[in-house]
Design a binder for this molecule. Structure first.
Ligand SMILES: Cc1cc2nc3c(=O)[nH]c(=O)nc-3n(C[C@H](O)[C@H](O)[C@H](O)COP(=O)(O)O)c2cc1C
Length: 395
């Protein structure tokens, strides 16, 4: 949510200008105050009236228009902005901004603002690959502008390649990250596990659990928003992959163990939010096994990932514990035996806690013996709480 934040959207003359209408509407739905400024060329592509209606505010498109009250339009917009988003940003405005040119309302506002400026290029692939454009984009990055990379896909001119305006979700995510998040985990590497593991019985059956992966994905997203380099080792889940995060999909506990061990020594923080199966089938059937054969499955122990990670740790280690009874007792045993720095314990039987919910109710047990009781909160908010505590323990 962008409550109490003003987003100034600058629209330039490209075919993707129509998408700016949807972007403005999405910002409004997220409770932002939105002000729009448009180049003259962009008004050929989309009417200021549309943007005025969607932003519920006057649209600035003429630097020299007589103002209705005494204020210089581009200066007042520049001051009002908590963040500016130029979407779409065609080759022309990229070139102008890279060279400090301020000859229209959008470029003048950008150059007058102290707020962060996000630029979302959108153009034909040949234009995008043109040396002048690539050099101008590099120059803008070095000047501190934030570039939201264009997407690959079918372009308006009929060709295929890189140059489409980034997905609106990605632009909104970039605004979230840059407007609402301090980069307090920049330079830190965070390894997170999420979701269930699956142990094969035969060619068609497997043993798994109800983990949705939501907690681990919330942690990964939060760590990324705070500037960390994130590796997510994920079991099979129905959640969308998070852009900007290295996601490694695994099936079995053994595969998860291998991937975690490959990345552990490079990590500053490891959060084990996956629901890992304790046992696997000793002799997996090659085809589809007949019913009588799977009646008495022989199981053997899977590697205990948290235990292995707790042995010689040079990272902050956080474990999870889910129980249906004696939560504190089992969680404190796990804390002692497996040596995480702290453990997040939740009781599956409580309303609002557990696997597929969007909320959780947890206790945090620390090695010092301290036990914190956290109120019910969203998994996103819990991810914040967990990483706040992990950050304090970083060397
Ligand atoms: C139909 C049409 C579509 C255009 N689409 C784009 C585009 O997607 N990207 C781009 O860089 N330029 C595009 N242009 C060229 C820009 O409109 C042109 O460079 C213009 O000067 C940009 O002005 P502005 O930066 O003041 O908005 C297009 C032009 C036309 C006529």
């Amino acid at each position: 949510m962008f409550i109490d934040k003003t987003i100034v959207v600058g629209i330039s003359g490209g075919i993707a200008a129509y998408k700016a209408a949807e972007l403005v509407s999405r910002f409004k739905k997220l409770h932002a105050k939105v002000r729009v400024c448009m180049t003259k060329a962009s008004c050929e592509f989309i009417s200021p009236l549309t943007l005025q209606s969607l932003s519920q505010a006057p649209v600035a498109s003429d630097m020299f228009a007589t103002p209705s009250k005494w204020e210089i339009e581009h200066i007042s917009l520049a001051k009002a902005a908590d963040i500016m988003v130029i979407a779409p940003a065609p080759a022309n405005i990229i070139g102008k901004l890279a060279n400090g040119i301020a000859d229209d309302i959008v470029t003048a506002t950008v150059i007058a603002t102290k707020a962060k400026v996000l630029i979302a290029p959108a153009m034909n692939i040949n234009m995008y690959e043109n040396k002048a454009v690539t050099q101008n984009i590099e120059k803008l990055k070095n000047m501190g502008y934030i570039i939201v990379e264009p997407a690959i896909g079918r372009l308006a001119c009929g060709t295929y390649g890189k140059g489409r305006l980034a997905d609106l979700d990605d632009i909104i995510e970039a605004v979230y990250e840059n407007l609402l998040y301090e980069k307090d985990l920049a330079g830190k590497r965070v390894l997170i596990t999420a979701g269930p593991t699956r142990e094969k019985i035969d060619a068609v059956r497997f043993i798994t659990n109800h983990s949705s992966g939501k907690m681990g994905y919330s942690l990964a997203r939060e760590a990324k928003r705070r500037g960390a380099e994130v590796v997510l080792v994920s079991g099979k889940v129905s959640l969308a992959q998070i852009k900007g995060i290295e996601t490694i999909y695994v099936d079995s506990a053994e595969q998860m163990y291998q991937q975690v061990m490959n990345h552990a020594s490079n990590s500053d923080i490891i959060v084990k939010a996956a629901a890992v199966g304790d046992f696997k089938v000793k002799n997996v059937f090659s085809g589809k096994a007949k019913k009588d054969k799977i009646k008495n499955l022989e199981l053997e122990k899977n590697p205990d990932i948290l235990f292995e990670l707790g042995k010689n740790k040079n990272y902050v280690l956080i474990g999870f514990c889910m129980e249906t009874e004696d939560l504190e007792l089992y969680a404190s045993q796990k804390l002692k035996e497996k040596n995480p720095d702290f453990i997040i314990a939740n009781d599956l039987t409580m309303d609002g806690a557990g696997f597929a919910t969007d909320t959780n109710i947890v206790k945090i047990l620390h090695q010092s013996g301290e036990i914190e009781d956290l109120p019910i909160m969203s998994k996103d908010d819990l991810a914040k709480e967990i990483l706040n505590r992990a950050k304090i323990l970083l060397k």
